[in-house]
Unconditional design. Structure first.
Length: 134
């Protein structure tokens, strides 16, 4: 009878241990899920706020860097000069075209473009054929 009681006790302890292990894993899974959700609810809005800063701020009123000063000088020359400057500086820093253009400049550039419809800011090359043997 004692061996039977001992086996029954062992079975009872195994069942209890199995339930405790299952509860432990469920609690750990619940905590991991809770941590993930908490992180998502805290970090996603923070990242969204930092990524949605107003991008088009006029930097020519007080240029902070030498690149900004150069871009403002080119904006004073015209849209083509500014675009070429930004394309050249692209390897160093990413400048945004409309940071250096205010409303008055945009209107002036638009009226200049409408006055000279035939003039293209892009220069085209012409092919010249040389006679053979020359």
């Amino acid at each position: 009878m004692r061996a039977r009681d001992h086996c029954a006790l062992q079975e009872l302890f195994r069942d209890q241990a199995r339930r405790n292990v299952q509860r432990l894993f469920l609690d750990e899974a619940y905590m991991n899920c809770l941590k993930t959700l908490t992180t998502a609810f805290l970090l996603v809005p923070a990242l969204a706020l930092s990524a949605t800063q107003a991008r088009a701020e006029f930097k020519c009123s007080e240029p902070q860097t030498a690149l900004d000063r150069g871009a403002c000088e080119k904006a004073a020359e015209g849209p083509v000069a500014l675009r070429q400057y930004i394309q050249r500086i692209r390897v160093i820093d990413s400048l945004y075209f409309f940071d250096y253009v205010n409303e008055a400049q945009a209107v002036a550039w638009a009226s200049d473009a409408s006055r000279t419809p035939g003039k293209s800011p892009v220069q085209t090359a012409t092919a010249v054929e040389h006679p053979a043997g020359a």
